[in-house]
Design a protein around this ligand. Structure first.
Ligand SMILES: C[S@@+](CC[C@H](N)C(=O)[O-])C[C@H]1O[C@@H](n2cnc3c(N)ncnc32)[C@H](O)[C@@H]1O
Length: 186
């Protein structure tokens, strides 16, 4: 990402801090750590929650198979417009809350997905909504699929443990701020 694009993305994230929970796009190192568990040769449907200005989205599209589709859930209208400029036929951008995964998959006639990648600021979202989102992620993942989430604190770790079969934790200093990465397996 060039410096000008990164600066304008940071401004947009700051403007919407209450829902984005950050002031700068995720670093290359964080994105690499987040996406490392995905087998891109096999994945055919990936969901991204909270794409924001699209730094994780662009990395996913770069690595994805030509037959894989990416469905992004984003509540911020400005970010949705910005993501639409990516113009990739594999990309569907949905202006909806992450808790509406099932209804969107029904519309697209998709039974289940391979992986869910999330930058949602879970610590800023109501507990009840977080619970619905996590349940919806688990129930729409294929067996063995991954839920990959980063957070700047461990505040939601205890909620993930009872929902997923296995929760692995990683950490990187090389992000602003440093971040924990959860790899949850269904
Ligand atoms: C930390 S920003 C992530 C931006 C980018 N993915 C990154 O890694 O830099 C979190 C994003 O989640 C979005 N968001 C917050 N609550 C949401 C929800 N309930 N459903 C979908 N998106 C949500 C915000 O609008 C924001 O764009």
């Amino acid at each position: 990402m060039n410096a000008r694009l990164k600066f304008s993305d940071s401004l947009n994230l700051i403007k919407s801090f209450r829902t984005s929970g950050t002031i700068t796009p995720s670093s290359k190192v964080l994105i690499k750590t987040l996406l490392a568990p995905i087998d891109f040769t096999a994945a055919r449907c990936i969901i991204e929650l909270g794409p924001g200005t699209g730094c994780v989205t662009r990395s996913l599209l770069k690595r994805m198979h030509s037959d894989c589709i990416l469905i992004c859930f984003e509540v911020n209208n400005d970010f949705v417009d910005q993501l639409a400029t990516l113009q990739d036929p594999r990309l569907r951008v949905v202006n909806a809350c992450a808790s509406s995964i099932r209804s969107i998959l029904d519309e697209l006639q998709i039974k289940e997905v391979d992986h869910v990648v999330s930058s949602l600021p879970l610590a800023l979202i109501d507990d009840e909504v977080v619970k619905n989102i996590l349940e919806s992620v688990r129930s729409n993942l294929r067996e063995g699929g991954r839920f990959l989430q980063f957070q700047y604190s461990l505040s939601n770790y205890s909620e993930l443990k009872p929902i997923f079969k296995n929760v692995k934790l990683d950490f990187t200093f090389r992000n602003m701020p440093p971040a924990f990465v959860y790899e949850c397996t269904k």
